[in-house]
Design a protein around this ligand. Structure first.
Ligand code: SF4
Ligand code: F3S
Length: 104
């Protein structure tokens, strides 16, 4: 599966949702997540994200993100159409430690 990581927080560009063939993105206040049991591993969303927030879970140290994507995709609403990112999205792009700063 692919997972959404730290770099999405406060950016939420939502380009990813437009390309997903199985509509498996879910929206929280500060970030999106992927439902790992619905993701078919096609990989098309990865290059679409301007914040480079989407990674295959085969990369190292993504256990926390796999867990978080699994947990919140069961709680948050599905999102299938892109929308305007937050006004300050570009200011938060590439910022370090966004999970600790903003995710609660
Ligand atoms: Fe959707 Fe494919 Fe991305 Fe999985 S890898 S979230 S199926 S676009
Ligand atoms: Fe987030 Fe990137 Fe999608 S910033 S909303 S994962 S396009």
């Amino acid at each position: 599966t692919y997972v959404v990581t730290d770099d999405c927080i406060k950016c939420k560009y939502t380009d990813c949702v437009e390309v997903c063939p199985v509509d498996c993105f879910y929206e929280g206040e500060n970030m999106l997540v992927i439902n790992p049991s619905e993701c078919i591993d096609c990989g098309v969303c990865e290059p679409e994200c301007p914040a480079e927030a989407i990674l295959p879970d085969t990369e190292d140290n993504l256990e926390k993100w796999l867990e978080l994507n699994t947990k919140f995709s069961a709680e948050w609403p599905n999102i299938t159409q892109s929308k305007e990112p937050p006004a300050d999205a570009d200011e938060h792009k590439g910022e370090e430690d966004k999970f600790d700063k903003y995710f609660s």
